[in-house]
Design a binder for this molecule. Structure first.
Ligand SMILES: [Zn+2]
Length: 205
């Protein structure tokens, strides 16, 4: 496995400045150019990523089990969960809307959580580093569009039954849902993909 990683800057005691990208010996402790603290790897990267991802996983349940919208109309009050909303759109024939909401709000958060947990494992085991690095890149790319999930809910609030609606309130699931999005974004930022290659370089037992 050492073919992946014959020499590294870290092995030579060189650290990349997180702030300005300058490479300096880690023994300097602070970057001579921008005075940021130098680390060979993001400190406690896996622990932080794991803690944030597990928190997101716990909040995923209230986000989907509690109502995301409370709509009051002349026909009465109605509370919808995300999945309930998807089913309603599907039944009324709004297939594209149902698919977009299901993808952005149900599927992508689950896939992000699974990918982050898998990356934490990869940083320990170091198996198939190239595939794992690709998974990291995809997770990061999806993470940049995470806000779309929240926008979808916001648009949902605006679009749902514009006729005969007296008031629309955001339900208790919205806070959990936004927290899932923010926590998975922070988890992806905390993860240091170089750890996958560090683990891959270690001799296998
Ligand atoms: Zn610097």
């Amino acid at each position: 496995m050492s073919a992946y990683y014959p020499h590294s800057a870290a092995a030579s005691g060189l650290a990349l400045c997180h702030a300005c990208g300058r490479v300096e010996p880690v023994t300097l402790e602070r970057c001579p150019r921008c005075d940021a603290r130098l680390h060979l790897r993001n400190p406690a990267s896996v622990q932080r990523t794991l803690a944030l991802t597990v928190s997101a996983l716990f909040l995923y349940f209230p986000a989907n089990l509690l109502p995301i919208l409370k709509v009051e109309s002349i026909t009465g009050a109605q509370a919808n969960t995300i999945v309930g909303g998807v089913i309603q759109f599907w039944q009324t024939g709004d297939y594209p809307v149902a698919i977009i909401i299901f993808t952005a709000s149900v599927m992508i958060p689950v896939l992000k959580i699974i990918a982050l947990l898998w990356l934490c494992l990869a940083a320990r085991l170091g198996r198939r580093p190239l595939a794992m690095t690709r998974l990291y890149r995809i997770t990061e790319l999806v993470g940049r569009w995470s806000m779309v999930d929240v926008f979808v809910v916001a648009i949902l609030v605006a679009v749902v039954q514009l006729g005969s609606v007296i008031s629309i309130h955001v339900g208790p699931a919205a806070l959990s849902f936004a927290s899932v999005v923010i926590l998975t974004m922070l988890a992806a930022i905390s993860f240091d993909p170089r750890l996958i290659w560090d683990a891959a370089a270690l001799p296998n037992d």
